[in-house]
Write a protein that binds this ligand. Structure first.
Ligand SMILES: [Mg+2]
Length: 405
C-alpha cells in the first residue's frame, strides 16, 4: 500500500497565537520580541504586515523599528505557544497515533492506515485545516505526499492556510523546478556549494546524478539525491520511538552579567530545574554533570564531573554545577553566560551500583517533592510554584519562566 504522510505547519505560529489573545493586533504591524530592555532583544516572530515592511526574524529590535516605526512590540508568552502546540497535536492524534513533532509548530502524520476511517490524505488534510481554524483560531498549511521529505516541502508551497498534494504523478513537475534549498536538509552552506557547481534546482540535483553528487558531497549528498528522487522512506516516529538523547542541557545568557556566587547558584538552580524536569519526563538519570562558563572577555570553559550516584534531582544538579564552578572560577571575572548539562544518561529502571556516601532516604523524598512540583505546574501553569530563592535571582521573571519546560 502506498504510504500517505502529512506535514502540518502552523502558519506564523507565535504571531498568530498572540492574535488570538489580542485581536486588535490583526490589522497593525507587530513583532513578538524578547524584552526590549534585555541584551538579546531581537524579533522572534512577526506578522504579515510587519513582513511587508521588511522586518525579519532575528533582527535586533532597534533595526526593526527603523524599518517600521509604527511596529508594535509584543512580549513572548511561551506557555501559550506550548499550550497551542499541544492542542494542535491533540487534533492530529485524532487521525493517527503516528505523529512526529518537528519543532514546536510542525508535525508529520503517517495516515496510511487511517484512510479507511477518515478518507484520503487530502480529505484528512482538509478536515485538520478546518478543525485547527475552528478549535484553535489558527491556520495550518499541510503537505500531503508519499514520503516525509515531500510532505514537508508541500506544506511550504501554499502558505498560509494551503494544502498541497505531491504525488508520484506530479512530483517531477512540482518539486524539481524548485530551488535546492526547498529540500529538507539542504542548508546554507550546501546550497552555496551546489550553486557554485551550477546546481540551482532540485531537478539539477537529479540531473547531476547519484555518483557525481556522492563524489562531491559525500554521504549527505547521497541522501539529498535520494530525497530529490522521491526515495525518502524514513518512518514517522512516535514519541517513544525517537532516538534517545545523549545529553540534556540548558544554558542562558543573562540580561546582565552574573557577579556574585549567589547569582551564579540561583541561575544554576533555575537551569537545573529545567533539565531535571526533562529527565523525569524521559525516565532518565544522569551519571555526569557538565557546565560551561562564558565570561565577559568571552572566554569559554567547560568542566565536568562524575556523580557519586546517578541522579536527576534539580538541587543535586545545581549543587554539583556550583561546586564545579567554584573550583574553576579562579579569576572571578563576571560571567556572561552559563549552562548545565546532564550527560551519561541512563534509564531509571537500570540497576545501579549503590554507594555508602549517598543519602537515599533524602533523595527519595526530594524526588517525590520535585515530581509533585512538576504535576502542579502541569496543571496550574509554570508560574504556580517557584523556589523562593529564585525570586531574587539575577534572572528576569520572563527568563525564569522560559526555563521551565
Ligand atoms: Mg510554522
Amino acid at each position: 500500500m502506498e504510504r500517505t504522510v502529512l506535514h502540518c505547519d502552523l502558519d506564523n505560529f507565535f504571531a498568530s497565537v498572540e492574535c488570538v489573545y489580542d485581536p486588535t493586533l490583526a490589522n497593525v504591524p507587530f513583532a513578538v520580541c524578547g524584552d526590549p530592555k534585555e541584551r538579546h532583544g531581537i524579533v522572534l516572530a512577526k506578522n504579515q504586515i510587519a513582513k511587508q515592511f521588511g522586518v525579519k526574524t532575528a533582527v535586533p529590535i532597534w533595526e526593526a523599528k527603523q524599518l517600521c516605526p509604527s511596529l508594535r512590540l509584543v512580549e513572548p508568552h511561551y506557555e501559550r505557544y506550548m499550550d497551542f502546540s499541544r492542542r494542535a497535536r491533540a487534533v492530529y492524534e485524532h487521525y493517527t497515533d503516528m505523529v512526529e513533532a518537528f519543532g514546536i509548530d510542525e508535525c508529520w502524520l503517517d495516515v496510511t492506515g487511517s484512510q479507511m476511517l477518515f478518507g484520503s490524505g487530502e480529505q484528512i488534510a482538509k478536515e485538520i485545516n478546518s478543525r485547527i481554524k475552528n478549535e484553535l483560531g489558527l491556520t495550518v498549511s499541510v503537505g500531503v505526499s508519499f514520503n516525509k521529505c515531500f510532505a514537508k516541502l508541500g506544506s511550504d508551497l501554499n502558505k498560509p492556510n494551503g494544502i498541497s498534494i505531491i504525488s508520484r504523478d506530479n512530483f517531477k513537475s512540482t518539486v524539481w523546478p524548485l530551488p535546492v534549498e526547498s529540500l529538507l536538509w539542504v542548508g546554507k552552506s550546501t546550497k552555496t556549494r551546489m550553486n557554485n557547481l551550477g546546481i540551482l534546482t532540485i531537478g539539477d540535483i537529479v540531473a547531476f546524478g547519484h555518483d557525481l553528487i556522492t563524489a562531491s558531497f559525500g554521504k549527505n549528498g547521497e541522501s539529498i539525491w535520494r530525497n530529490a528522487m522521491g526515495y525518502d522512506c524514513s518512518p514517522v516516529l512516535r514519541e517513544r520511538e525517537l532516538p534517545a538523547a545523549k545529553s540534556i542541557g540548558k544554558s542562558v545568557t543573562g540580561s546582565r552579567d552574573l557577579v556574585t556566587e549567589e547569582e551564579i547558584f540561583t541561575t544554576f538552580l533555575a537551569l537545573a530545574e529545567n533539565v531535571s524536569e526533562k529527565l523525569r519526563k524521559c525516565s532518565l538519570l544522569c551519571g555526569t554533570v557538565q557546565i560551561h562558563i562564558r565570561d565577559t572577555y568571552l572566554g569559554i570553559t567547560e568542566h565536568q564531573t562524575r556523580l557519586v550516584q546517578p541522579t536527576r534531582l534539580a538541587s543535586e544538579l545545581a549543587q554539583t554545577g556550583m561546586e564545579l564552578f567554584k573550583k574553576n572560577w579562579r579569576r572571578r571575572i563576571p560571567v556572561r553566560s552559563i549552562g548545565i548539562r546532564a550527560c551519561e544518561l541512563m534509564c531509571d529502571c537500570e540497576s545501579i551500583q549503590l554507594s555508602f556516601e549517598y543519602d537515599y532516604q533524602k533523595a527519595i523524598l526530594l524526588e517525590r517533592l520535585e515530581t509533585s512540583v512538576d504535576r502542579i505546574r502541569e496543571k496550574y501553569g509554570k508560574n504556580a510554584l517557584m523556589r523562593a530563592s529564585l525570586m531574587h535571582s539575577a534572572l528576569t521573571q520572563s527568563e525564569r519562566v522560559s526555563f521551565l519546560p
